[in-house]
Design a protein around this ligand. Structure first.
Ligand code: AVJ
Ligand code: FE
Length: 437
């Protein structure tokens, strides 16, 4: 990675923060004040909580920690500490109202820009100050995706608008790609903006396997539904069946069966479910059941990353499936440019060295792996970012969705959630063993 001057890093940080704030502002200005303070689902915070939490973390890490400045609002630290208050309880807290929250995040941002002017950013390696700016940008973009998921849960007329996602831009693709067995370098020790759980780089020996060329589409998922997949115990794990039964889950979230086929509600628009797009809003348990029905399984996290990053020509791991250059619009469906996944085959320029498509963007992909630290993991800058979530109760998702910004995704990026969750933009692709290849 080429060295960047302090000026370049400063400009980059300022631009990235500004872009994130434009998005946060658009997501919160799209609804009225009553809607901002409402809880649309027990699973999510009111939008006004996310907004002030974005400011609170920025105050903590940029203004106080990097800048050494006096606290603006020490009195509200506790309200916006995600560990103090579960999402379901947040509406009953004495939160900042919409006008106060907007003023607060604006004041914090003005101070953060003052800090940026004098922050030590240069040197052969990324300084802690430079990393803090990158981390806070990613944090805001992550909460923007969370706010987008809250928008998907709200009822009423559409308030977000975007051009339709592209259709297929390739000829026919093979169903699967063979990933040869052998070691590859997983994770990273050099990616400047990688978070603690992506580090360090380490060699993993992955036996040969097949992986689907694209995420599983709605059209493929219709076949699972038509075959009675949700009613057949044998495709489901014990925990999955219990969940499916207890909550009477009969289709992906936001779908409805109507005469003539499946319809969905997407950001307030009622529309037929498009067969050519990746399925979205499924839980880990549904993904697992589909894979078993299809005679396959979910990929492990290492398999997913090898398919995405390993280049057989050089033996090296790339930053992104398409290479080392930052995402451009032709590579992947990212950044809320569209308000849905794009058709399978819509991003041929984003394919991996092995010919696997749409690993980055469109839908987060469930893997079969529990969230755990890599060998040599060291928590940074605080244990609560990822370490406290390590364990079997969380499954790893990879690749980002149409709602993930380019600043917050890489080939090494790891997301995690409970296996029952499906209000997130979650889909999957299948894999299978390749014995004797
Ligand atoms: C990485 C998406 C699981 O939103 O819970 C935001 C990111 N951490 N604030 C989340 C995060 C602290 C996190 N995920
Ligand atoms: Fe947060």
């Amino acid at each position: 990675f080429e060295e960047r001057s302090a000026e370049q890093l400063r400009d980059h940080a300022a631009l990235a923060l500004t872009r994130a704030r434009e998005r946060s502002t658009a997501l919160t200005d799209a609804v009225d004040d009553e809607d901002l303070v409402r809880q649309h689902s027990k699973l999510m915070s009111p939008l006004v909580w996310d907004l002030a939490h974005i400011g609170s973390q920025e105050e903590l890490w940029l203004v106080r920690d990097v800048g050494g400045r006096e606290p603006l609002r020490p009195d509200i630290d506790d309200l916006y500490d995600a560990f103090q208050h579960p999402r379901a309880d947040r509406p009953s807290l004495p939160l900042l109202g919409p006008a106060e929250a907007r003023q607060y995040v604006g004041e914090v941002r003005a101070k953060a820009f003052e800090v940026l002017e004098k922050a030590p950013l240069s040197g052969r390696r990324l300084t802690e100050a430079a990393f803090a700016f990158g981390m806070i940008t990613q944090h805001e973009q992550q909460h923007d995706e969370t706010m987008l998921a809250t928008h998907q849960l709200r009822r009423g007329e559409p308030v977000l608008h975007a051009p339709a996602a592209p259709g297929r831009r390739t000829g026919s693709l093979p169903e699967e790609v063979l990933v040869p067995g052998g070691p590859f370098l997983m994770g990273t020790s050099v990616e400047p903006w990688a978070l603690d759980n992506e580090r360090p780089a380490h060699e993993v020996d992955v036996p040969a396997f097949f992986i689907d060329t694209t995420p599983v589409t709605n059209g493929q998922y219709f076949e699972f539904l038509d075959a009675g997949g949700y009613d057949q115990r044998r495709w489901w794990s014990d925990a999955g069946w219990e969940y499916r039964t207890a909550h009477d889950i009969t289709a992906p979230r936001f779908w409805r069966r109507e005469p003539g086929g499946w319809w969905r509600t997407r950001f307030g628009v009622h529309e037929p479910v498009p067969a050519d797009q990746p399925v979205v809003h499924v839980s880990f348990y549904e993904a697992e059941a589909y894979a078993r029905w299809a005679g396959k399984r979910l990929p492990t996290e290492a398999e997913w990353e090898k398919a995405a990053r390993w280049d057989p020509a050089t033996g090296q791991s790339r930053r992104y499936p398409w290479g080392n250059e930052d995402p451009k619009p032709e590579h992947a469906n990212l950044g809320q440019v569209h308000l849905s996944p794009a058709a399978a085959g819509a991003y041929p320029a984003g394919a991996s060295a092995l010919g696997v498509h749409q690993l980055i963007g469109d839908v987060w992909e469930w893997t079969s792996s529990d969230f755990a630290g890599y060998p040599g993991f060291a928590a940074f800058p605080y244990r609560e970012y990822s370490e406290v979530f390590f364990g079997p109760e969380y499954k790893v998702l990879r690749g980002g969705s149409f709602g993930t910004d380019a600043a917050a995704i890489r080939g090494t990026f790891r997301n995690w959630d409970y296996p029952i969750r499906r209000q997130i933009f979650s889909g999957f692709r299948c894999a299978r063993d390749a014995e004797g290849v």
